[in-house]
Design a protein around this ligand. Structure first.
Ligand code: HPA
Ligand code: ZN
Length: 324
């Protein structure tokens, strides 16, 4: 086996990363103090010790609680810069970052504050670290569809600041079909389309995301393995899956974690990503290190996974060539 540090050096694209999921406990405490907010945790250690989850919803409760500390443009900027610096050290050269505007606007933070802070960080990450990419705005699927429509229309005047749209939050009971019209409007605005599907929800949700939302990539998609026709479709159409091994391990246990080698074995277009690295025990390079260690993947397979992330990205071809 090659040493782990060479895995960190592989040029990678991060395609499944919730910026609010990079909120490390130390920064949560620092921003809470700056904003005069009292947290229901005595210390950074106590907060970190609560990071034990029995599924997606139990994680989301803590995720939304911590992000409520984010108030100002500077908060969003500092959150994102901290991510870019860590990601750069783990080989990330291109990052397409999710954010959850409704989780902020519902608290009275304007969507412009969020996008301004995140965009300024993306611009600085490009000039100081050479990281390309941008922002993917996610709709919270467990909120009313009307709220997704309103959120999209509220940024129609600045779609140039976004790469695309995604769909996240509690999945079971909130099928992609609900959002077909929202996605068709997003496409009309020139936005690229992705969606979480088949994480905790059934494989049917993956079909819906492909057929009704017309997404170009599936985020997670690990439950696709339950439907062999779907596996064939994903393989034949080279649909990228943005798999997040440490997330699957922390939220779904070993059954979900073991999907990764099965998806690779099935010949699918797999990428490796970090999802919510502050909560799940590691950034994208750590995900590579873990899968090498646990599944014994060969160096050439690991290189292929890193290259897949570049190919599956929305970067211009000229940028992809630089990174391959
Ligand atoms: N799934 C759904 N919603 C999310 C996730 C996830 O993995 N992370 C942050 N929001
Ligand atoms: Zn996710």
């Amino acid at each position: 086996h090659a040493p782990a540090h060479s895995l960190l050096g592989l040029p990678k694209a991060e395609l499944h990363l919730h910026i609010e999921g990079t909120f490390e406990p130390e920064l949560v405490f620092a921003l809470a103090a700056r904003n005069g907010i009292e947290l229901p945790y005595a210390s950074v250690e106590e907060l970190r010790q609560s990071y034990s989850f029995d599924g997606l919803v139990s994680f989301l409760d803590l995720y939304y609680e911590c992000m409520a500390v984010l108030r100002t443009e500077r908060d969003f900027y500092e959150l994102a810069m901290a991510y870019y610096e860590r990601a750069s050290a783990q080989g990330v050269r291109h990052a397409e970052i999710f954010f959850d505007p409704q989780a902020h606007t519902s608290r009275g933070v304007s969507i412009d504050t969020v996008i301004d802070g995140l965009s300024r960080a993306a611009a600085d990450a490009h000039s100081t670290l050479g990281i390309t990419g941008g922002l993917i705005m996610c709709f919270l699927r467990d909120l009313p569809v009307s709220s997704a429509h309103e959120t999209l229309e509220s940024v129609a005047h600045r779609v140039g600041d976004l790469i695309g749209v995604g769909l996240d939050s509690a999945e079971a009971g909130f099928p992609p079909s609900l959002f077909a019209e929202v996605y068709s409007r997003a496409a009309e605005l020139g936005l690229r389309l992705v969606a979480h599907a088949g994480e905790e929800g059934p494989s049917d949700y993956v079909w819906e995301a492909l057929r009704l939302l017309k997404v170009e990539r599936i985020d997670h998609g690990v439950r696709s393995l339950e439907d062999s026709d779907l596996v064939d479709y994903l393989r034949e159409n080279r649909i990228p899956l943005t798999v997040c091994p440490l997330s699957n391990l922390r939220l779904g246990g070993h059954v979900a974690f073991n999907a990764l080698p099965a998806l690779i074995e099935a010949g699918l277009f797999v990428t490796v990503n970090s999802d919510d690295p502050a909560y799940f025990g590691g950034y994208v390079g750590d995900n590579f290190t873990q899968i090498e260690r646990v599944f014994g993947l060969s160096q050439s397979k690991l290189v292929e996974l890193a290259q897949n992330s570049v190919v599956a990205s929305f970067a211009p071809d000229s940028r992809k060539q630089q990174l391959l």
